[in-house]
Ligand binder design. Structure first.
Ligand code: NAD
Ligand code: MG
Length: 378
């Protein structure tokens, strides 16, 4: 397939799996970006020969420039470099796989160039969903979900012409590594405990979000924005096996689902090849040996982050940016060993109490809400 791709966050979990898909499907790479991983970026640049390689960290970028001196790869640094990689003219598609709200401005830059956005960076939609989708409409940029649940919803909605026929979207949730635990048991959970996800191997931040179930709350808001659904038309079901990636329930009570092995390369690939399907590297699902599929109800009292996210989803405006900013700050503190597992929800709750919600926010309101929430969480 002759597609030319720019990857924001190429050294991370989604970034590396995207490169697997690109190699397997014969696509090419226009630009690669990462925060500071020099060694990994050098390897990727030598193998995929992009025009541009960006490391946000200045020192790391200077090191990379020396290492790649014998190649034609241009090396840039900082937010400026990230913006250039997002808008690079030779790419038709930009994969947004950076972690956190830092992805917002580059995503907007790619949209303004009319690129297809293969969107993994869910924090961007949680903070600024309305703004991002309006800009995408104005500039004719398609946004295709990389998140497995949203890709499943996308695939389950494809045959549907009239959104009025949709009764609800049902997001599946693995329950994470702490499924079934009580608040007392959660009290002592460490960074290492939280980083042990049963089904998926992912970056540290999203793995902690999967342990608190904040990830499902962020995905709830992501689904509201992507599919223009009010919160009362989205439900969450615990499905420990991560085989059914999400479902759409229609008004006649038919449920349409997408199934597959827990392998992100499938949703990544579909975001790149849609509306076509091509053979790819994702692991096939062996239905005959995958065992029984189970379903349950999420425990909102124990996993308070999910309850807080549902509250923010209902509140709208800058509530998503406040929730997300506080969560990013709190998860960073948890990963640094500075706070306990249950403190994450406490900090998010405190920020939501303290920072006022602004309706119909512009970019400045969103950035201010994010900064105030981080401050309140600290
Ligand atoms: P990761 O931590 O493995 O990788 C993050 C990438 O972003 C790296 O390349 C890193 O260098 C770069 N980065 C980090 N901080 C940055 C900064 N401040 N500025 C610029 N670049 C920075 O994360 P991941 O698991 O690949 O997740 C990436 C995004 O995809 C997240 O938004 C996550 O929620 C979403 N997502 C991930 C998965 C998954 O399976 N990993 C699934 C669904 C959605
Ligand atoms: Mg997901």
């Amino acid at each position: 397939m002759s597609k030319r791709i720019s990857i924001l966050g190429s050294t991370g979990s989604i970034g590396r799996q995207s490169l697997d898909v690109i190699a397997a499907c014969g696509m090419s790479v226009a630009a690669l970006t990462a925060n500071s991983s020099v060694g990994r970026m050098e390897e990727q640049a030598r193998r995929f020969k992009p025009e541009l390689a960006v490391l946000v960290d200045e020192k790391a970028a200077a090191d990379l420039r020396v290492r790649l001196a014998d190649t034609n790869v241009r090396v840039l640094s900082g937010m400026e470099g990230l913006m250039e990689a997002a808008a690079i003219s030779s790419a038709d598609t930009v994969i947004t796989a950076v972690v956190g709200m830092v992805g917002l401005r580059p995503t907007l830059a790619a949209i303004r160039e009319g690129k297809r956005i293969a969107l993994a960076n869910k924090e961007t939609l949680v903070c600024a969903g309305q703004l991002v989708l309006e800009e995408a409409k104005d500039y004719g940029a398609q946004i295709l979900p990389v998140d497995s649940e949203h890709s499943a919803l996308f695939q389950s909605l494809e045959g549907n012409k009239d959104r009025g026929e949709v009764k609800r979207l049902i997001l599946t949730c693995s329950g994470g590594p702490f499924y079934g635990k009580t608040r007392e048991q959660l009290q002592g959970m460490t960074r290492e405990d939280a980083l042990r996800h049963p089904n998926w191997s992912m970056g540290a931040k999203i793995t902690v979000d999967s342990a608190t179930l904040m990830n499902k709350g962020l995905e709830f808001m992501e689904a509201m924005h992507l599919y223009h659904m009010p919160p009362e038309k989205i439900a969450i079901v615990i499905h420990r096996e991560s085989i059914i990636h999400s479902l759409v329930e229609y008004c006649d009570n038919a449920m349409i689902a997408q199934l597959g092995s827990p392998d992100m390369r499938l949703p990544i690939q579909y975001a790149l090849t849609w509306p076509k399907r091509v053979p790819g590297p994702a692991t096939p699902l062996d239905l005959w040996n995958c065992g029984p599929l189970t379903f349950g109800t999420p425990d909102l009292d124990t996993f308070r982050c999910l309850a807080l996210a549902l509250e923010a989803a209902k509140a709208g405006g800058t509530a998503g940016a406040i929730l997300n900013g506080a969560n990013e700050a709190a998860v960073a503190q948890f990963l640094a060993g500075e706070i306990g597992f249950l403190d994450i929800a406490d900090k998010v709750a405190r920020a939501m109490e303290k920072v006022p919600v602004v309706r119909d926010p512009g970019l400045t309101d969103i950035l201010e809400a994010d900064a105030a929430a981080r401050e309140a969480a600290r």
